[in-house]
Design a protein around this ligand. Structure first.
Ligand code: TRH
Length: 382
C-alpha cells in the first residue's frame, strides 16, 4: 500500500434525470482533489444539468478545467483509449456502462486500476453484506468492487467535506448571517418570526394539501421553494407562473419562489431553515448534515420499492417520533392521510425532532467521511 496512491482518478457520471447524480459526482470530484490532492477527471454526459448546480460550467466545451478538475463531456461509447489514458482509480457511478474501449485499455494496464462501482444510498440491512464485494469481468482480467454509502460503520458512510460541520455551526451561531442570507430571497423583517421551511420534492408530493394546512394553521410559515420545484402546485397557490422572485401570502402561509441556486448556497438554505423538505439522495444527505428537522421525498421506483427504502430509513432515524413517521409515509404516498392533522402533530414534535437531528449528525460523523473511506478501501486493493 503506497501513501502516494492514488494520484489520478476518473469518475463516470450519466445524468439519468434531475441533478442528484451530477450533484454527488461533483462533490466527490471536488473532495478527492481539494482534500487529497488527486488529479480528477469527471466524465459527464449532460453539461446543461451540471451547469444548474455549478454556474461556471461551459456547456459547449468538450474538455474544461473547473477548480482544478478536468471535466470531459462524455459524448458516447465510441473512442479509442490507451493504457496511458487510464488513471489509478476508475469510479463508475450507479453502475453506468463504461466505454468498451476504455475497459479494454484498463485491462492492458499494469498494475490494473482499482475499479469501483459506486452505488446508491439505502438504509436497508443487505447493504452491509454487499459493500466491498468483488465482481469479476466475464472476459478480461479485471475486477470491480461495489462501494455503498450508508449509515453504519460497515458501509462507506456519507459524503462530508472537511470542515463542513464547523462551517455550518459558525453559520447557525450567527443569526445576522442567517437573516442576511434569507434577505437575499426577499424574506422580510416580519417574516423572520415565522417558521422558515425550504421545499424540494418530486411533482407527486401532496404540496397543495400541505399549503392548505399551512394556510389555515395557527402559526406563520414562510416556504422557500426553488424555481421549477412543484411548479404546478406552487403556480396554483400564486395564481401566476411560479417564477423566481414571485411571492404570495394567504392566511398564515407565505410562499416565495427563489432561484435554483448553486450547490454551496443550497447548503446555507438548509442551514438557515427550521424545517427542510428534501428529496432523492444528495439533498437528503445535506439535510442530515444541516442537523435540522427534515422530511424526505424519495425517488419513485417500480413496484413501490422506494417505500421499502423509506421505511428502512425511518426505522433507523426516528426514535419516539411517530409524527415524523406518519407525515413521511403520507408525503411519499405510502399511506393515506390528511395533511392538516399530520402537520399539527409534526409541528408539536419539532423540538424532539431537532434534538434527534443533532444526535444523528454526530452519529453519522463518527462513521468517517465517504471519500476517505473509499480511498482507504482502494489502497487496500493495491
Ligand atoms: O435531483 P434529484 O432528484 O436526484 C435524484 C437522486 O440523486 C436519485 O438518487 C437519482 O437516482 C435520481 O435523481 C435520478 O435530488 P438530489 O439527489 O437531492 O439532488 C439535487 C441536487 O441539486 C443536489 O446536489 C442539491 C442540488 N441543488 C442545488 O444545487 N440548488 C438548489 O437550489 C436545489 C434545490 C438543489
Amino acid at each position: 500500500m503506497s501513501p502516494e496512491f492514488p494520484r489520478t482518478l476518473a469518475i463516470f457520471c450519466k445524468v439519468v434525470d434531475n441533478y442528484g447524480d451530477i450533484g454527488i459526482c461533483w462533490r466527490l470530484s471536488r473532495q478527492f482533489h481539494a482534500e487529497h490532492g488527486i488529479a480528477v477527471t469527471l466524465w459527464v454526459d449532460d453539461l446543461a444539468s451540471f451547469r444548474r448546480i455549478w454556474p461556471a460550467v461551459d456547456t459547449q466545451a468538450a474538455v474544461q478545467d473547473i477548480d482544478g478538475i478536468t471535466v470531459r463531456h462524455w459524448a458516447g461509447q465510441d473512442g479509442e483509449y490507451a493504457p496511458a489514458d487510464i488513471p489509478d482509480v476508475v469510479i463508475e457511478f450507479f453502475g453506468v456502462d463504461l466505454p468498451p474501449g476504455y475497459i479494454e485499455a484498463m485491462a492492458q494496464c499494469e498494475p490494473r486500476p482499482v475499479w469501483i462501482n459506486y452505488e446508491g444510498l439505502s438504509a436497508e440491512e443487505w447493504v452491509e453484506g454487499c459493500h466491498r464485494l468483488p465482481s469479476m469481468h466475464p472476459r478480461l482480467k479485471l475486477t470491480k468492487h461495489f462501494f455503498f454509502p450508508g449509515f453504519t460503520d460497515k458501509t462507506g458512510g456519507l459524503l462530508r467535506e472537511r470542515g463542513l460541520i464547523e462551517e455550518r455551526e459558525r453559520f447557525q451561531a450567527d443569526p445576522a448571517a442567517m437573516a442576511a442570507f434569507l434577505a437575499r430571497f426577499g424574506v422580510t423583517q416580519d417574516e423572520k418570526a415565522s417558521r422558515k421551511v425550504s421545499l424540494f420534492c418530486y411533482p407527486e408530493a401532496p404540496v397543495a394539501e400541505l399549503f392548505e394546512a399551512w394556510e389555515q394553521g395557527g402559526s406563520a410559515v414562510t416556504c422557500l421553494v426553488p424555481e421549477g420545484v412543484a411548479r404546478a402546485q406552487v403556480s396554483a397557490f400564486m395564481g401566476a407562473d411560479a417564477m423566481a422572485g414571485a411571492c404570495a401570502t394567504r392566511g398564515a402561509l407565505t410562499v416565495r419562489v427563489i432561484p435554483f441556486m448553486p450547490q454551496t448556497d443550497y447548503d446555507r438554505l438548509l442551514w438557515a431553515c427550521d424545517l427542510n423538505f428534501v428529496r432523492g439522495e444528495d439533498s437528503w444527505v445535506r439535510a442530515q448534515w444541516a442537523a435540522r428537522p427534515f422530511v424526505w421525498h424519495i425517488y419513485l421506483q417500480d413496484e413501490n420499492l422506494h417505500h421499502v427504502k423509506l421505511r428502512a430509513f425511518l426505522e433507523k432515524y426516528t426514535v419516539n417520533m411517530q409524527s415524523l413517521v406518519d407525515f413521511s409515509l403520507c408525503w411519499n404516498g405510502a399511506r393515506e392521510g390528511r395533511m392538516d392533522p399530520l402537520w399539527t402533530s409534526l409541528q408539536a414534535e419539532l423540538p424532539t425532532i431537532s434534538r434527534r437531528a443533532r444526535e444523528w449528525e454526530a452519529q453519522m460523523s463518527a462513521n468517517g467521511d465517504l471519500v476517505s473511506n473509499l480511498l482507504d478501501f482502494a489502497r487496500s486493493l493495491r
